[in-house]
Design a protein around this ligand. Structure first.
Ligand code: HEM
Length: 429
């Protein structure tokens, strides 16, 4: 169990490829957080995602992640409560709602790269983290002053930095003898973030009118029975969005910059598409660029940010001819499906043409998972990625310094390029 856990945690693609070759598909993984049955068969994944029975799957997060997002996070809910919460949240993350955040995303991109001077080296993931944290903070709160934005950004980052992986791996490590140690530090930062969130919830309740941000939306949202979210409920969802909503997109943007700059012909074509637009194109126009969209889709296939989706069984179930007991987690292995040569010929090749004008089947392309737990922020993230990349291509010329193949390494729960992708600003355009 220990070895499997370490291997799957550190090098999921190699480990799962090996286990699948050795044991067939589906295959069993004895893991520290409980037993897993993984599969990369699209037909089985389709069956898993199609099952909408609310009594079947448990929460996405592990018990120990409650400390980070709280009990009333959509990540931690299951059953009818989860369904009710998604019904409330989903409309605010649909494609058409994204327009409200377009200008903010473009500004956040410019600001994250503005301080670079020509010739300066930088680590792409640091800049993309800055831009995606800025974009989500401003989309959530609707802030416009630098000071308000910075205070929340600092509080989120301090909480995340204090959330050491082992604290989130096991509730047994969540102890603070004599009020000291890493858990006490985490609680201190977490409390400071909460104080800020509660203050903003109160302020928004007092004057919600004329605002388009996510917090104002949550304050005004009503469940089917007409009830509103409590301050505590809103706090947990804000924490979830701030945390789930920035690192994932930051990492996928860093992968996209890496993939684009490793393939000069792809970069040239993406830039030509962007350059055709002329002065000051609207965010909507940038978001509709078809080749750029295909570049992002192919990056999420070739370099998926999340390696598996989790479906923890709340009751026994028959799956692929096996009787699985409650407590087992069934995992669609995203990373393996995306490398299947029968779906994607020559899968190691980076080729946006695979997605140009084509819509992949949901059980064969699943960077955002699927079914009733599919990522709520998928449209937000794709919109942000398109606007950020289009802005970078229009305004900057970057050069890749990491020219070798960068392996994916685990960064909290996501798979990030090792070293974060070293680049240099070659010119401003
Ligand atoms: C490239 C960026 C992103 C990737 C690759 C990603 C991937 C995922 C995946 C694989 C899941 C699990 C889905 C499943 O189990 O079927 C998920 C869930 C989730 N994601 Fe994302 N995500 C991204 C960005 C975002 C953003 C920007 C937000 C918020 C603004 C967000 C919020 C969430 C939430 C709330 C859930 C839990 C849904 C539930 O349990 O019902 N994600 N994401």
């Amino acid at each position: 169990m220990l070895l499997t856990t370490i291997r799957v945690a550190r090098t999921p693609i190699e480990a799962m490829t090996k286990y699948r070759a050795r044991y067939g598909d589906p295959f069993f993984l004895p893991m520290g957080n409980g037993p897993i049955v993984a599969t990369a068969q699209p037909a089985l994944i389709k069956e898993l995602f199609a099952n909408r029975d609310t009594s079947l799957y448990g929460s996405f997060g592990f018990e120990s992640t409650r400390a980070l997002v709280g009990d009333h996070s959509v990540l931690m809910m299951d059953g009818v409560e989860h369904k009710r919460e998604r019904k409330l949240l989903n409309p605010h993350f649909r494609g058409e709602r994204m327009r409200a955040y377009g200008e903010v995303m473009i500004e956040a991109t410019r600001e994250a790269f503005a301080t670079l001077s020509v010739g300066e080296e930088f680590v792409a993931i640091e800049r993309t983290t800055e831009l995606s944290l800025e974009a989500i903070v401003r989309a959530v709160f609707g802030f416009s002053t630098r000071e308000e934005i910075t205070v929340v950004q600092r509080a989120v980052m301090a909480t995340l930095r204090a959330a050491k992986p082992y604290l989130l791996f096991s509730p047994k490590t969540q102890i603070a003898p004599f009020g000291l140690g890493p858990w006490a530090t985490f609680q201190k930062h977490s409390k400071a973030l909460d104080d800020l969130l509660y203050a903003h919830i109160e302020k928004t309740r007092a004057s919600p009118d004329g605002r388009e941000d996510i917090l104002a939306m949550l304050v005004g949202a009503r469940y089917d029975d007409g009830s509103a979210m409590s301050d505590n409920d809103i706090r947990d969802e804000l924490r979830t969005l701030l945390i789930a909503g920035h690192e994932t997109t930051a990492v996928s943007l860093a992968w996209t910059l890496y993939a684009l700059h490793r393939h000069p012909e792809v970069l040239a074509r993406a830039r030509a598409e962007v350059d055709e637009l002329g002065e000051n194109p609207a965010p909507e126009t940038l978001a509709r660029l078809s080749y750029l969209g295909a570049v992002i889709d192919e990056t999420l296939r070739r370099y998926p940010v999340v390696d598996v989706a989790f479906r923890k069984l709340l009751r026994p179930v028959s799956f692929a001819g096996y009787e699985l007991p409650a407590g087992v987690t069934v995992c669609p292995a995203i990373v393996l499906v995306h490398q299947d040569p029968t779906i994607y010929p020559d899968p190691a090749r980076f080729d946006p043409e695979r997605f140009l004008g084509k819509k992949p089947r949901p059980h064969e392309y699943l960077p955002f998972g699927g079914g009733n737990r599919r990522c709520i922020g998928a449209a937000f993230s794709l919109y942000e990625s398109r606007l950020a990349l289009a802005t970078l291509l229009r305004e900057f010329e970057l050069e890749l310094l990491d020219t070798d193949e960068l392996p994916p390494v685990r960064k909290n729960i996501v798979l990030a390029p090792k070293g974060g992708v070293r680049m240099r600003l070659r010119a401003r355009r």
